[in-house]
Write a protein that binds this ligand. Structure first.
Ligand code: UT7
Length: 330
């Protein structure tokens, strides 16, 4: 990047619904088993939002933790971006609700939709706001309640998804060679039919009343998306390894979008990247779409898997089709 302003990660937070849904619960109503789900995906359980938990309430919880970790009062935020494919309403945006709930000044806030790559797209947008001087402190959130748009009778898709939120605070800094070093974003609408939600209206029954229920659910061609995911993830990783070399740094930890352990393993095999330097928590949360990378990043930092000065690489892929990566020095 050309700008002399660095965009540093100042704090992270995450929030998950209380209810844990284990694989066995699917076997009660579907022709599936814990063994099939574990061996084909690596997922053991996921979190499912209660009626009063929404992609707004989870976002508020994750954001408060991120602001606390950043030691930044909410009134010092200049922008909020919330990546989500499961907003509570089409408008106002989840980000508008966040702005009010956190007690921010009347700053810009908006949702961004790029499916499972949405959080990385949002980091890129936030970085550009900061580097062109329009913002100093930006809250970037990924928050989802996929359980409200999945068809629990479709064993090909329902076993993969879960609910949750992750948030980060990005800030301007004059320190060189830290923060967001590079971002790469892509999309190819020719693959739009491979994973889609035909009409998203939340089935939310909590504090915002009167929202109609949609009969339409997420549909996915799992096998095709799997093929796309392995190809693009390996490509992004190979590029990230080259980028790190050019930047004079090393990829200490890879934080990939969490969907299926077999996708991660296949990409590792193609690139030769060591498995012990990959953050994986899909066994506990499944695929939380735009929330998966920030939740994994928050856990990696809180578990001490990364330290200041380390370069981590975020990689995501999903509906759109979309895919992308972010190289971040902590
Ligand atoms: O974030 C969005 C990105 N989404 C993804 O990245 C999804 C990527 N795709 C996947 O993770 C995998 O394709 C799935 C986990 C969805 C499916 O696994 P798979 O190994 O690709 O299975 P498959 O679709 O090739 O199906 C193999 C068999 C089929 O049966 P037949 O036709 O061989 O008799 C499926 O009907 O497995 C069957 N099957 C299941 N069996 C038991 C599919 N889902 C299930 C299930 N339990 N839950």
């Amino acid at each position: 990047m050309n700008s002399t302003t660095s965009v540093v990660l100042r704090g992270t937070g995450s929030a998950l619904p209380v209810r844990v849904m284990r694989n066995d619960e699917f076997a009660a109503t579907l022709e599936t088993s814990d063994e099939w789900i574990r061996t084909r995906t690596g997922i053991r359980e996921r979190r499912i939002a209660a009626p009063e938990e929404t992609s707004i309430s989870l976002a508020i919880d994750a954001s408060q933790k991120a602001l606390e970790a950043a030691r930044l009062p909410a009134h010092e935020l200049d922008l909020i971006i919330c990546a989500t494919v499961t907003p509570v309403l089409m408008t106002p945006s989840n980000a508008n609700y966040l702005q009010a709930a956190l007690g921010c000044r009347p700053i810009p806030s908006f949702d961004l939709t790029a499916a499972c790559t949405g959080f990385l797209y949002s980091i890129s947008v936030a970085t550009q706001f900061i580097q062109n001087g329009a913002a100093r402190n930006v809250l970037v959130v990924g928050s989802e309640t996929l359980s409200r748009v999945i068809d629990f009778t479709d064993r090909n898709s329902c076993i993969l998804f879960g609910d949750g939120a992750g948030a980060i605070v990005l800030s301007a800094s004059t320190e060189p060679n830290v923060g967001v070093r590079r971002t790469h974003l892509y999309s190819d609408g020719k693959g739009a039919h491979l994973i889609h939600v035909p009409a998203l209206v939340s089935k939310h029954t909590g504090p915002i009343q009167g929202v109609p229920t949609s009969p339409e659910f997420l549909r996915m061609n799992g096998r095709e998306v799997f093929r796309f995911a392995v190809h693009r993830m390996a490509e992004l990783m190979a590029k990230a390894i080259r980028d790190c070399r050019e930047l004079g740094t090393e990829m200490k930890l890879l934080i990939p979008h969490q969907v299926n352990r077999r996708i991660i393993d296949a990409a590792l095999e193609q690139t030769g990247f060591p498995a012990d330097r990959v953050m994986v928590n899909l066994d506990r949360y499944g695929n939380t779409s735009a929330a998966s990378v920030p939740i994994a990043l928050d856990e990696a930092i809180r578990e001490g898997r990364t330290h200041p000065g380390d370069t981590v690489v975020l990689v995501a892929f999903g509906g759109g089709l979309t895919w992308g990566s972010v190289i971040l020095t902590l």
